[in-house]
Write a protein that binds this ligand. Structure first.
Ligand code: NAP
Ligand code: F7E
Length: 338
């Protein structure tokens, strides 16, 4: 019998890669999809016609819908990827973020407990949990949490309620504490994709420059395709445990900008400081990057650098795509698109 998986957040970056991975492993894959006034299935368009792929309308905030779906689908594994996942936006919609990203996880876990506590449960936890204590880098499963945004605080609740349902009800519930992972399918409001789309539009003559916020923030950026493999491995392990998935490398936003422009043959020279800092084309002197305080956050996470050694040792998981190849992949895809 093929295994059955239910994925919330199936239309998102990770949901689309995970669906493809599970279909390639002969799973029957069911995805929870929200009703939209416009089509939102672009990322899963290649698998929509797969005979083992099914979509169901629902919402992570609707408990009766979740229970009914689990009763109907009878999944072996649930991957909870649904979230208001943008950190900056979470400062604008903190209550909504708490409801969806935090309490939504409880609603799904409670449905599992009531309908079938034998279902394995993956929670999309995040390096944003570590947030504000950079002196503890690299961050591992043992590093204390200190979230710095409504998103991080909501994910903190989701993390602990997952641990609590594991310990209280013996549910195979696990947290994957994933550091930033990107791809050509990354939402355009995240910094990496904003940069690669911006460069592609500049090259096509459709945009003058890219305006960014904090250029000094450091992130541990990997490729989403590698990370969904880790999610699956976490649920195949003998025991329910929590794992960090990361590359063990960190780069500033400024370095991402430089590397991405290098891919199109442009060297960036930086002039000025703070809000006056600008990135100029070394040949023409044209301003291609500037700083707009509109993109600063009320509180910032300065440094994320993960220690993936537990996952490497126990799950035999390791990222395959390097930082440079990730940037190259995203730039190539956006140059084609724009
Ligand atoms: P994403 O592209 O923003 O996708 C989020 C998904 O959640 C979308 O399918 C979205 O559906 C869905 N969703 C939002 N609100 C919902 C609701 N109320 N009910 C049902 N579905 C809802 O995020 P991602 O990058 O794939 O990340 C997947 C998960 O991993 C998220 O939980 C995120 O917080 C977490 N995470 C991501 C990273 C990363 O670097 N990517 C790192 C650590 C953790 P619509 O298409 O309808 O909006
Ligand atoms: O910001 C800085 C920004 O929005 C990265 C989510 O997937 O990963 C993601 O959260 C850094 C921050 O990702 C702009 O201030 C500068 O320091 O791409 P981001 P994030 O906040 O790290 C974690 C692990 C998740 O769990 C989240 O779901 O870049 N930055 N200028 C900017 N960021 C944005 N978005 N836009 C700018 O113009």
């Amino acid at each position: 019998m093929p295994k059955i998986a239910l994925i919330t957040g199936v239309t998102g970056q990770d949901g689309s890669y995970l669906s493809e991975l599970l279909l390639s492993k002969n799973y029957e894959v069911h995805g929870l999809i929200r009703r939209h006034s416009t089509i939102c299935t672009e990322r899963i368009s290649d698998i929509l016609d797969d005979k083992n792929f099914f979509l169901h309308y629902g919402d992570i905030s609707d408990s009766s819908n979740l229970s009914n779906l689990i009763r109907e689908i009878q999944p072996d594994e649930i991957y909870n990827l649904a979230a208001q996942s943008n950190v900056g936006t979470s400062f604008e919609v903190p209550e909504y973020t708490a409801e969806v990203t935090g309490v939504g996880t409880l609603k799904l876990l409670e449905a599992v407990r009531q309908v079938n506590p034998k279902i394995k449960f993956y929670q999309a936890s995040t390096s944003e949990l570590f947030g504000g204590i950079p002196e503890t880098a690299p961050q591992s499963e043992k590093t204390p949490f200190y979230p710095k945004s409504p998103y991080g605080a909501a994910k903190l609740y989701a993390y602990w309620i997952t641990v609590n349902y594991r310990e209280s009800y013996n549910i195979f519930a696990c947290n994957g504490i994933l550091f930033n992972h990107e791809s050509p399918r990354r939402g355009e409001d995240f910094v990496t994709r904003k940069i690669t789309v911006g460069i592609a539009k500049i090259m096509a003559g459709k945009q003058e420059k890219i305006s960014l916020g904090n250029l000094n923030a450091k992130r541990d950026w990997g490729f989403a395709g590698d990370y969904v493999e880790g999610m699956w491995k976490i649920l195949q392990h003998d025991n329910p445990e929590d794992f960090v998935l990361a590359t063990g490398e960190t780069h500033t936003v400024r370095e991402f900008v430089e590397t991405a422009f290098e891919e199109v043959g442009i060297k960036i020279e930086w002039h000025g400081e703070g809000v006056d800092e600008k990135g100029l084309c070394s040949k023409t002197g044209k301003v291609l990057v500037d700083v707009n305080p509109q993109f600063f956050r009320p509180a910032e996470v300065d440094l994320l650098l993960g220690d993936p050694s537990k996952a490497e040792k126990i799950l035999n998981w390791k990222r395959k795509i390097s930082f440079k190849n990730l940037v190259k992949m995203m730039i190539e895809s956006d140059l084609k698109k724009f």
